[in-house]
Design a binder for this molecule. Structure first.
Ligand code: SF4
Length: 490
């Protein structure tokens, strides 16, 4: 992989030596020794070659990968393990989709004749869903997410302990200005190939996202995701605090919990403390909107948690010397206070017996990571490379008869029409994704199903080959082959 989307030039047919690549609608003319605009195809001594090796996967290899002879016409028995399968990585496309997929492999799995059809699919309809494990407010729901100034997606609904982004999609790729499409494609490609991408959210933060790595919010790496909301934290730890302290407030942007009022406190006999919280009381001991969202305590703007407390009520249990613990949902921030003679909380050092309870919150927080799921629609013309009757492939995938994988990784296929799938990009070998400057992403796909079903739904029978003949003959474009260990992404 070399140039990024937009960096490559589409060569013009101004010299006779240039030859045309027809593997995508861009149809580059490529000079000898050069690659096309996407870097995936090159002109090598007057013929178009695929620059990345086709990736084969086996479970029985011990470690690491090796490059093996491909299209050498010298098949040697035992060269590759018997369980070796072929992926769409490096396979080439079927564009313009009138021809069978580059490789259609026959194999036997537990006595059943199977077929695996592989291709590199070009996705104009695609994007990534990004889960960022953080409590911090990254930006308002619906806010535009930018990469190098261009709109590439938006903030979508937050999940439990995580903020979510939806990036890419056909409107950003092809519906806006050229720069928007180019930078959307560049951001998606980098994210899918496991690289770090800096994003800026309108009205919010900048965040660096890299699949499988902690997010960096406004330059600060996130360490832990929260143990739960404030209410859940009260539920989990109320009994451990009892007897050590008279009141606990778990500060959280979503639900701030107060142990003396919370049902978990009630059932274990926690005494009222006379505390009063500034915020919207949802149910006893559970408060919404104690502050604005931000980068402070528990995803609020708070740097001083006492701001959410109103005057204490002596008629409901407030008294001088009352002991108060305030803590965030990650345990990163905490403060211990005692009420003075005027019922004003005064900060004191955390008593040693309370420290393990705060550490327990921290211990229960999982490491904060970014998760990137590629999502694409494989329900278009690429299906013609699998079968002469494309809708039957869709039905077969939807029924579970055909298993869809991407670079050997398990996919989740959305119910309903089409073949809309998601895959965790960290489960594919690194560099498995490519692009074309239309702009669109290129992702590997493999459809695996019983041979009998394949023939029944109109599969390309004449194109089915054994692994031996695939390795012997190669594909449409000359390339190398790399044998990797299945499940060792990266
Ligand atoms: S962009 Fe790549 S795939 Fe498309 S024509 Fe050019 S070299 Fe071929």
């Amino acid at each position: 992989m070399g140039t990024r989307p937009g960096e490559g030039e589409v060569a013009l047919a101004d010299t006779p030596e240039k030859i045309r690549c027809d593997a995508c609608p861009v149809m580059c003319y490529i000079a000898p020794g050069q690659t096309g605009a996407c870097d995936r195809y090159a002109n090598e001594a007057g013929r178009i070659v695929r620059t990345d090796p086709v990736v084969l996967l086996s479970q029985v290899l011990e470690a690491g990968g090796k490059v093996i002879p491909f299209a050498a016409g010298t098949w040697v028995d035992g060269l590759v393990p018997e369980d070796t399968g072929i992926t769409g990585i490096g396979a080439g496309t079927t564009y313009p989709d009138y021809k069978p997929a580059p490789f259609i492999l026959s194999s036997e799995v537990e006595g059943v004749d199977m077929v695996t059809v592989v291709t590199e699919a070009i996705f104009s309809y695609c994007g990534v869903k990004v889960k960022i494990d953080t409590d911090r407010h990254l930006g308002p729901e619906g806010a535009t997410v930018r990469h190098q100034g261009e709109a590439v997606g938006h903030v979508t609904t937050a999940e439990y302990g995580s903020q979510m982004l939806s990036l890419g999609g056909v409107h950003h790729l092809t519906g806006g200005a050229k720069a928007e499409g180019r930078l959307t494609c560049a951001a998606l490609l980098a994210l899918c190939n496991g690289e770090a991408v800096e994003l800026a959210i309108d009205g919010g933060c900048s965040v660096t996202v890299q699949a499988g790595e902690p997010p960096v919010v406004d330059g600060i790496p996130e360490r832990r995701m929260r143990v739960g909301c404030g209410s859940a934290t009260i539920g989990m730890f109320a009994s451990q605090w009892q007897g050590l302290v008279d009141e606990v407030v778990v500060v959280d942007d979503h639900i701030t919990g107060v142990v003396s009022e919370h049902q978990a406190g009630k059932v274990i006999g926690w005494e009222p403390s006379g505390i009063r919280i500034r915020g919207h009381r949802s149910t006893p001991g559970r408060y919404f909107r104690v502050s604005e969202p931000g980068l402070g305590w528990g995803g609020t703007r708070l740097t001083d948690p006492l701001e959410i407390l109103d005057a204490w009520n002596p008629k409901k249990g407030a008294r001088p010397g009352l002991r108060l613990l305030m803590v965030s949902t990650t345990g990163e921030q905490y403060g211990y206070y005692e009420l003075d003679a005027d019922l004003t909380p005064r900060q004191k050092p955390l008593p040693p017996e309370l420290l393990p309870t705060v550490e327990m919150i921290d211990e229960n927080c999982e490491p904060s990571l970014c998760t990137v799921l590629f999502m694409g629609g494989a329900g278009g013309s690429l299906r013609a490379g699998v079968t002469k009757n494309p809708v039957r492939l869709t039905r077969s995938v939807q029924s579970g008869e055909t298993r869809l994988t991407s670079g050997g990784a398990e996919c989740y296929v959305w119910p309903g029409g089409g073949i809309t799938f998601m895959v965790d990009v960290t489960r594919l070998p690194k560099g498995a994704f490519g692009y074309v400057p239309t702009p669109a992403l290129v992702a590997p796909l493999e459809f695996t199903l019983p041979r009998a079903a394949y023939l029944r739904f109109g599969g390309h029978e004449a194109a089915i080959r054994s692994l031996a003949s695939i390795l012997d003959e190669g594909g449409e474009y000359p390339t190398a082959a790399r044998l990797d260990v299945k499940g060792s992404a990266g």
